[in-house]
Ligand binder design. Structure first.
Ligand code: GRF
Length: 208
């Protein structure tokens, strides 16, 4: 089976990197992690090295320089698909255009609600009863590319940490599944092979 070459970009804890890594252990998963790029030393950077991935730290203050170096690495490793996972840097329109439809992101809100930062605080301060996360294609506007999959959870309490952890737990299920579906549908173009799913229980709804 042909495997798509993935690059994960992270500045974070790395739970989504780990989730994608575990998904790739399944021989039916249509992708393999070839390269991890971090823009700062962070737990994801250490995790990636411990998982023995080719791991690059490109910590340039200048985003243009970061993008040039990252682009060269992506070309060198023949990367097909970039997955942003807690990557805290906005990519320029030029970079996005170069990798059009080849960059996915996971954003912790039910887009188009709450693009940008501090989503958990903003959800709580508005008194919403539902919160969630979205996997989308990255375009040249912040958090506004095509939506590929979402999850929703009830807001049970005012504790941000608990809510963030609950969302992450389910993001770690959603993101690999959406990547799997995206590869089948938009890269292999076999939409009949892989149908989307709606899965729900009292704690979470997934739709992708
Ligand atoms: C996730 O909550 C994701 O939605 C956001 O950043 C967080 C990354 O978490 N973009 P991790 O580093 O993958 O644990």
């Amino acid at each position: 089976m042909k495997k798509i070459k993935l690059s994960i970009f992270s500045s974070g804890v790395g739970s989504n990197l780990l989730a994608i890594h575990k998904a790739t252990m399944d021989k039916t998963f249509p992708g393999l992690i070839e390269l991890v790029i971090c823009n700062k030393t962070c737990p994801a950077f250490e995790l990636s090295k411990n998982l023995n991935y080719e791991t690059k730290l490109i910590s340039s203050l200048n985003s243009k320089k970061f993008e040039t170096l990252a682009h060269n690495e992506l070309i060198y490793h023949e990367i097909d698909l970039i997955c942003l996972a807690g990557f805290m840097q906005i990519l320029s329109p030029e970079f996005v255009l170069n990798w059009e439809n080849k960059i996915l992101n996971i954003h912790p809100s039910i887009l188009p609600l709450f693009p940008g930062l501090h989503t958990h605080n903003r959800v709580l301060s508005k008194g919403l009863k539902i919160h969630g996360s979205t996997v989308h294609v990255v375009n040249d506007k912040l958090d506004s590319g095509k939506i590929l999959g979402q999850l929703a959870i009830p807001v049970k309490d005012a504790d941000i940490k608990t809510m963030k952890d609950r969302i992450k737990k389910y993001e770690n299920i959603l993101y690999p599944e959406v990547i799997r579906k995206y590869i089948w549908t938009f890269i292999f173009k076999k939409d009949r092979v892989y149908e989307g799913k709606l899965v729900s229980n009292k704690d979470v709804i997934f739709s992708y």
